[in-house]
Design a protein around this ligand. Structure first.
Ligand code: UGA
Length: 454
């Protein structure tokens, strides 16, 4: 098939490359000329495992090209994918649709025969109907087209793999012809194809992300109770997750979820609910719990060092919002670094991929960016583990001891083995576990109040 993919961000670039890898003829379109040139020369605008290889390979094979001209990209295409950004509107929490709707108008103006206009960007319920209307308003008289909603479920850091191995493909459309066209692209995958209406397809995406975010906030609140009650949240999550109805994924307690999707999508679904005169109380709590989680982590640091970190050096491992990516959008790790710096600490930071992006946001004031894991620990008073890179879970504790001045570790992702860390002589703070970090009496006040009340 001939495909046109508009937008070369995470969704568009990965989508275009993998569609081409499946044997389709694909044109990627972006208004950013510089970006297009870089991609063509093999320089990826994002770090994504396996992406550069398939982009270059498919360019070589002649199946993948890029252009800044939508008219050229759309010529003879069967499907035109809208994959542009839908950032959060700061004032209302709603998704900003100006890019999506602008592209829809341009697509309309360039229609040259029957096409299916497929929205992959995450858009609130009802948007595909607006896309249809805008395409029609801008299309030549009598132009024939359909719209379809085909949300993506890719995770950053494994998106190339996720395109190829997925549980389901969701297609919302209004005509059999559109269903068939979009379905034929995915037929070879071993996945359930969900055929539904436009609005339900749009909602499936928001419901999925919001549900996963809910699981994370649930386990983060469980962590609070586990710590107070002397249970271990990792053990509890493992035990719960073995029940297939619960599922073992997205039950890792930590410093809260971040990234360009969960915070934005949960807020947007909540906005949709209030727009429809419904207060989605559970989602409100999910967001509130997520905000609190980083303060809960910071409380551990300030309980230990006090509120003034002047003269203290804190080594921070991890700046990306999660592992295997250089993306720092809504990264909780970055927020914690900012909070530590705000209390006067000198920060020594390291991330395997996100240093450059982080430096762009954090600047250099009060922060030294190190070359490696152990380098940033040199003479540090404390160590914070902030992003779940697997290598941070394999620290050589003897080496850590040699490098650091202080002997305290704040593990925001429960990456380390409590017994091993404590045995190595560290004071250890984790999430949702009783550790030797002075925790044993910490919450007794709370239970005393409850006892008094009874
Ligand atoms: C998320 C969804 O997982 C994808 O299915 C979806 O396609 C994507 O959003 C999107 O809408 O485009 P992503 O944002 O790449 O993917 O990252 P996740 O792996 O979902 O992690 C999100 C955040 O939750 C990260 O900050 C991560 O550290 C945190 N997390 C995740 C936890 O704190 N605990 C967990 O158990 C899992």
């Amino acid at each position: 098939m001939k495909l046109c993919v508009v937008g070369t961000g995470y969704v568009g670039l990965v989508g275009a490359a993998v569609f081409a890898d499946w044997g389709n003829e694909v044109v990627g379109v972006d208004i950013d000329e510089e970006k297009i040139k870089k991609i063509q020369s093999g320089e990826m605008p994002i770090y994504e495992p396996g992406l550069a290889e398939i982009v270059l390979d498919n360019i070589d094979q002649g199946r993948l090209t890029f252009t800044t001209s939508l008219a050229k990209g759309m010529k003879d295409a069967d499907l035109v994918f809208i994959c542009v950004g839908t950032p959060q509107d700061d004032k209302t929490g709603a998704a900003n649709l100006s890019a999506v709707l602008g592209v829809a108008a341009e697509i309309g103006g360039n229609l040259d025969g029957y096409k299916v206009v497929v929205t992959k960007s995450t858009v609130p319920v009802g948007t595909n109907e607006r896309v249809k209307q805008i395409v029609r308003e801008n299309a030549p008289k009598g132009a024939h087209f359909d719209v379809a909603s085909n949300p993506e479920f890719l995770r950053e850091g494994s998106s190339v793999e996720d395109m190829n191995v997925t549980d389901r493909v969701v297609i919302g459309a209004e005509s059999e012809k559109a269903f068939e066209k979009v379905k034929s692209l995915y037929d070879h995958l071993n996945a359930v194809i969900v055929e539904t209406d436009l609005r339900s397809a749009e909602m499936i995406k928001y419901a999925s992300n919001s549900f996963l975010a809910t699981k994370i906030s649930f386990i983060n609140e469980m962590a609070q109770i586990c710590e107070r009650a002397g249970a271990d949240v990792s053990e509890v999550a493992y035990g719960m997750g073995l029940d297939k109805r619960v599922g073992k994924y997205f039950l890792r307690a930590g410093i809260g979820y971040g990234g360009s999707c969960f915070p934005k999508d949960v807020a947007a679904l909540y906005k949709t609910s209030t727009d429809k005169a419904y207060d989605f109380k559970l989602l409100r709590s999910v967001m509130e719990v997520n905000e609190n989680q980083r303060h809960y982590f910071m409380d551990k640091v300030t309980d230990y060092f006090g509120m003034n970190l002047d003269g203290k050096t804190i080594a921070c491992l991890g700046l990306a919002f999660k592992s295997n990516t250089d993306d720092i959008r809504e990264s909780v790790s970055i927020k914690i670094v900012q909070a530590l710096r705000g209390l006067g600490a000198k920060i020594k930071a390291y991330d395997p991929k996100a240093m450059e992006n982080a430096q762009g946001v954090l600047g250099d004031f009060g922060i030294e960016y190190g070359e490696g894991i152990y380098e940033v620990m040199k003479d540090a008073d404390g160590l914070c583990l902030l992003t779940e890179w697997s290598q941070f879970g394999e620290l050589d504790l003897e080496r850590v001891k040699q490098e650091m001045k202080g002997k305290v570790i704040f593990d925001g992702r429960n990456l380390l083995d409590k017994e091993a860390v404590e045995k190595a002589g560290f004071t250890y703070f984790a999430i949702g576990k009783r550790t030797n970090g002075g925790e044993y009496g910490r919450f007794e006040g709370g239970s005393a109040i409850l006892k008094d009340a009874s």
